[in-house]
Write a protein that binds this ligand. Structure first.
Ligand SMILES: Nc1ncnc2c1ncn2[C@@H]1O[C@H](COP(=O)(O)OP(=O)(O)OP(=O)(O)O)[C@@H](O)[C@H]1O
Ligand SMILES: [Mg+2]
Length: 356
């Protein structure tokens, strides 16, 4: 549905344009939730904004292609923007509650969202707005329609914002840290709502979050972004339970949810490099416990891991690492003993471009 091919971005820093996102290639499919994880500053929001055509002034697309149902969006004429952005592709901002106008009733904000993109008689627009409120799980849509934001709870506000985004039934909904500020109960309700929208309405959702437990709960596929580069992609179970890239494994070791009780949280030493730092080798090499000289000199290509599963619909598990983590037959990591020089380790992986 949305095909992203070799998309790269640049940022204007110190009076020059510098590479920020290295060429990224991936697809977003209807009915699928794709989670993006990665530390703060990895470029998750820049990527989301590039897809929505709302990049900040000092950022630009340097190359690549973004195609929606085969139509190239990067060369879309201006007069067609309104039929795509906000309508077929919708975006929920960080702190969504702040996205509501405190002086306008929820219903009027929904009508504005709808009428900005579609010409609909008022009666029909009201019907659609009430339906949208109902679909996001608001049990008394009429009351919420007439309410001001301060008259409804935080969870309701969040649902109202989502209703504004999905009123056009977009093909793709991008949720950028949309649940991070919510308490656990409301967060789960909103995540369940995303699951309903994706499975029942066949909506594609790009769910960006620091919260790996939330990504694990909703995502079908996961992309791991670091320093503006994709380091690993694959099905949720593959990436979170059997990560191949040391960065993914280190990231998971830093999450309380993923380590056994009583184990010390690992944390990742060092910081995320500036997104415009582009060393010749692997971007993670300076922080990686397994990096070799080769990692510092050569850029590891994205490759598809060989998988014994022959299922045709198997989501490819890809990684950009010269020394991916190994597992024994029980799924236990054997990396520490055999890595990185073990020849049999490297032979397990097929070096071919990611057909993703
Ligand atoms: N307009 C801009 N000008 C200069 N640098 C920018 C601009 N926008 C973003 N950056 C830089 O790009 C990097 C990536 O930013 P981005 O907001 O995409 O990170 P993120 O992965 O979404 O982080 P977070 O998890 O904190 O939201 C950051 O280091 C930021 O400093
Ligand atoms: Mg962000």
């Amino acid at each position: 549905m949305l095909e992203i091919q070799d998309l790269s971005l640049e940022l204007y820093v110190d009076k020059t344009w510098k590479p920020a996102l290295r060429p990224l290639t991936f697809r977003l499919e209807p009915g699928e939730i794709t989670g993006i994880i990665g530390e703060s500053g990895s470029g998750k929001s820049l990527l989301a904004k590039a897809l929505m055509n709302i990049l900040p002034a000092r950022a630009r697309v340097a190359s690549g292609s973004i195609r929606l149902h085969g139509t190239e969006l990067l060369s879309l004429p201006r007069h067609r923007f309104r039929s795509v952005y906000g309508r077929q592709l919708a975006y929920i901002f960080q702190n969504p509650a702040g996205a509501l106008n405190p002086l306008m009733r929820i219903g009027d904000q929904l009508l504005d969202a709808l009428l900005a993109h579609e010409e609909v008689p008022r009666k029909e627009a009201v019907r659609r707005a009430l339906k949208a409120l109902d679909e996001v799980g608001i049990s008394d849509p009429e009351r919420v329609f007439r309410a001001y934001p301060h008259e409804i709870s935080g969870g309701m506000k969040q649902r109202a914002v989502i209703a504004c985004a999905v009123i056009h039934e977009p093909d793709l909904l991008i949720a950028d840290e949309a649940t991070t500020a919510l308490d656990a109960t409301i967060r789960k309700q909103i995540l369940d709502l995303f699951l309903v929208l994706s499975k029942k309405k066949r909506m594609s959702i790009l769910y960006i979050s620091h919260d790996i437990a939330a990504v694990q709960y909703v995502a079908d596929k996961i992309m791991v972004l670091y320093g503006g580069m994709l380091l690993e992609t694959g099905a949720r179970g593959d990436v979170l339970d059997r990560p191949l890239h040391p960065y993914t494994a280190d990231l998971l070791q830093a999450v309380p949810y993923h380590v056994k009780p009583g184990t010390k949280l690992a944390g990742i030493p060092g910081n995320v490099p500036p997104i415009t730092a582009k060393p010749p080798g692997c971007i993670y090499a300076p922080r990686c416990g397994y990096a070799t000289e080769r990692c510092k000199e050569d850029l590891p290509p994205m490759v598809v891991a060989e998988d014994p599963s022959t299922a045709a619909d198997k989501i490819p598990h890809t990684h950009a690492c010269f020394h991916p983590l190994l597992r024994d037959s029980l799924g236990k990591e054997t990396h520490l003993n055999t890595h990185p020089s073990s020849p049999e380790g490297r032979e397990r992986y097929v070096q071919q471009p990611a057909a993703h």
